[in-house]
Design a protein around this ligand. Structure first.
Ligand SMILES: [Cu+2]
Length: 325
């Protein structure tokens, strides 16, 4: 249920799926199916002309990731991600750093549990996520799996808000993911992420926000332990105090409840103002987000703890409401 609600907000990747486990559905996601793609294409690594690092030109289609070399040097990596139908244009492509020796089968099984709302597998050391467009991330040397969830199975049709929030079933198909192995070697440590219009820093459990009007931001995860991301909600000209007051009820209500009256006039089509990928402890990267002068926004985290549990926004009120000057 909540899954559908967040999907309606165009929030995808890890976000949409961690919430499956909030209900009483057990571990059916462990049956995750996988498609493996192998690429040995070395022609797509080029030098970036700014801020050091390198650029990967990647394309996601329905069930394949094209353009990923088997090995790249670490440091700042700019990902130019194209998404072609039938892939979901809002998908997240994740670079998951794993313990050396983790097999693809172990990874896929662990991912199934994770995406079902369960704990992070022990082998999952870090993560950096990107979306369609140009994102830059910092990748440490190590073993990675690069993956995305196949889209297309989710329908937005709402059969009129049945009250039984526990009524599961019709759309709970296990996630299908496409996984590709990647080795990141020692690279240039001196690179810096490109400049953006501000920074959103996650801590356990909150955000420090410093953004100005613009179209991008840098996300940092300063936690030593937990994974976080920032989903940006655009509340337009509703004032900050009103948003702060009504946000918890809005989240807890989920998809089957009408929004609080204070949000009745919101344009839900425009509610998402951007989002970062999911980053593990110490991770950072750039993200696309639209910040307009005079508007009120909220940065929100829907990732669960390493040990599992409810999304941080609900378990720990992990959100920060702010106005852009
Ligand atoms: Cu979080």
């Amino acid at each position: 249920m909540q899954q559908r609600w967040f999907r309606l907000l165009a929030v995808t990747g890890l976000v949409g799926l961690v919430l499956v486990g909030c209900g009483d559905d057990g571990d059916e996601a462990a049956t995750t199916t996988t498609t493996t793609t192998t690429t040995a294409d070395e022609t797509t690594t080029t030098e970036s002309d700014e801020a050091g690092g390198q650029t990967l030109e990647l394309t996601v289609t329905g069930d394949a990731l094209d353009g990923l070399p088997a090995s790249i040097p670490g440091g700042v990596v700019t990902v130019n991600l194209g998404v072609e139908p039938p892939a979901d244009p809002d998908l997240e492509l994740d670079f998951s750093k794993v313990e050396d020796g983790t097999s693809e089968q172990d990874f896929t099984e662990g991912l199934g549990s994770l995406l079902g709302g369960g704990p992070f597998p022990d082998f999952m050391e870090n993560n950096a996520g990107v979306g369609a467009g140009e994102y830059s991330v910092v990748l440490e040397p190590g073993s990675y799996f690069v993956w995305f969830e196949k889209g297309g199975e989710d329908e937005e049709g709402d059969e009129g808000g049945e009250e039984g929030a526990e009524a599961e079933g019709e759309e709970e198909t296990p996630p299908e993911v496409v996984v590709t192995a990647l080795t990141v070697t020692e690279g240039d440590d001196g690179g810096e992420l490109p400049e953006t219009d501000g920074t959103i820093t996650a801590v356990d459990y909150g955000f420090e926000v410093d953004v100005q009007a613009g179209s991008s931001f840098t996300f940092r995860n300063d936690s030593s332990q937990q994974f976080h991301h920032a989903i940006v909600f655009n509340f337009g000209t509703i004032d900050r105090a009103t948003v702060e007051e009504n946000l918890p009820a809005f989240f807890e209500g989920g998809p089957d409840q009408p929004p609080p009256p204070a949000f009745a006039d919101l344009d839900f089509e425009k509610l998402e103002g951007g989002h970062s990928g999911v980053f593990g402890p110490g991770g950072s990267g750039t993200a696309i987000g639209t910040f307009q002068s005079g508007n009120t926004y909220a940065a929100v985290c829907f990732i669960q703890d390493r040990t599992g549990g409810a999304p941080h926004a609900i378990a720990y009120d992990m959100f920060e409401v702010f106005e852009v000057e």
